[in-house]
Design a protein around this ligand. Structure first.
Ligand code: NAP
Length: 299
């Protein structure tokens, strides 16, 4: 059973966690802080980042904490965040693409993309691309991207990325989480081809108690809880991300999630990837589309 206690001293390492003000991102930042890393608490709202840091500081930890402001729903926010980071840091050991939004009312990003596809996938695609040169320079850097078991029900509708044909909240969430997993695998393929020494891995937290259900009606939450069973505590839900970020057992282009109840609960383990996310043609097409939509071309 792999727990937080298995995390070795992370002093000297620099970690970015997106969406670190709450939920799994907060717990991930806390574990890295406690293990001695320099943690950039990346949030869309500066006040929320400051509050998170104040709260993180109440825990014993040898790490250091830094505020970062990035709104993944705005490509115009992602670039200055990355530029500022690149100007002030000489290494990036771990990038955790954690921030996410689930089943919001129909809405689009500042750039006109369906919100979940825009925040969960395109924003992180752009962020990772901007930070790639520094990841490449840092020995054994890792990119961990959060997906969800909902990816299994996803398809990528390239003609509806701006909700041109209509909006279905759960369909679009599944699409964004499939995109995250396709991205993880395609990124590793490109890293390997370039002979770079970065690992790109995906993690999913099963079912975990967080604010992710904030857009759901109470009755829908109750129905989901009845169907899926008890939710894990947030700290346990952060373990797959942490395992993917630090374990020496981790392999690129792999997925890590809880090991019990079909991946809903438990402790981190390698998880079989459904065939829907192993479609290399789809992944390559998604990558080209993301480059075109974001204007970010990886070096
Ligand atoms: N909880 C689960 O059971 C579960 C299951 C499968 C996958 N996941 C995945 O786990 C990840 C973490 O989710 P969570 O459960 O911890 O949910 P959460 O508690 O709602 O946290 C989501 C985080 O993402 C941030 N965020 C949302 N929109 C953003 C934007 N435009 N720019 C920057 N940050 C933004 C939120 O910031 P604000 O607080 O400012 O909104 C928050 O910090 C997500 O990728 C989610 O899809 C969770």
């Amino acid at each position: 059973m792999w727990t937080k206690e298995n995390i070795r001293n992370q002093s000297g390492k620099t970690v970015i966690v997106t969406g670190a003000n709450t939920g799994i991102g907060y717990e991930t930042a806390l574990a890295f802080y406690q293990a001695g890393a320099h943690v950039l608490v990346a949030c869309r709202d500066e006040n929320k980042a400051q509050k998170a840091i104040a709260s993180l500081n109440t825990h014993a930890g040898d790490g250091t904490l830094e505020v970062g402001v990035v709104d993944l729903a705005s490509l115009a926010s992602v670039k200055p965040f990355a530029d500022h980071f690149l100007q002030h840091h000489s290494r990036l050991d771990v990038l955790i693409n954690n921030a996410g939004v689930m089943v919001p009312p129909a809405s689009v990003t500042n750039d006109g993309f369906e919100l979940q596809f825009g925040v969960n996938f395109l924003g992180h695609f752009a962020l990772t691309g901007y930070l790639y040169p520094l990841l490449k320079q840092t020995l054994n850097a890792r990119v961990v991207t959060l997906t969800s078991l909902a990816y299994r029900y996803g398809t990528i509708d390239f003609d509806n990325l701006r909700s041109e044909k209509g909006y279905d909240a759960m369909r679009e969430y599944s699409q964004s989480k499939l995109a995250d997993l396709l991205f993880t695998i395609e990124l590793q393929k490109r890293i390997t081809t370039a002979h770079d020494r970065i690992l790109s891995v995906a993690a999913h937290p099963g079912v975990t108690q967080t604010d992710l259900s904030r857009n759901m009606e109470k009755t829908a939450i109750e129905a989901a809880t009845q169907r899926l069973g008890a939710l894990m505590e947030t700290a346990q839900g952060a373990l797959p991300s942490l395992y993917a970020a630090v374990s020496s057992e981790v392999e690129g282009a792999s997925l890590y999630g809880p090991d019990q109840d079909g991946g809903l609960r438990g402790y981190p383990a390698k998880t079989e990837i459904d065939v829907v996310a192993l479609n290399a043609t789809l992944a390559a097409h998604l990558w080209q589309t993301a480059e075109r939509l974001t204007g970010v071309i990886y070096p």
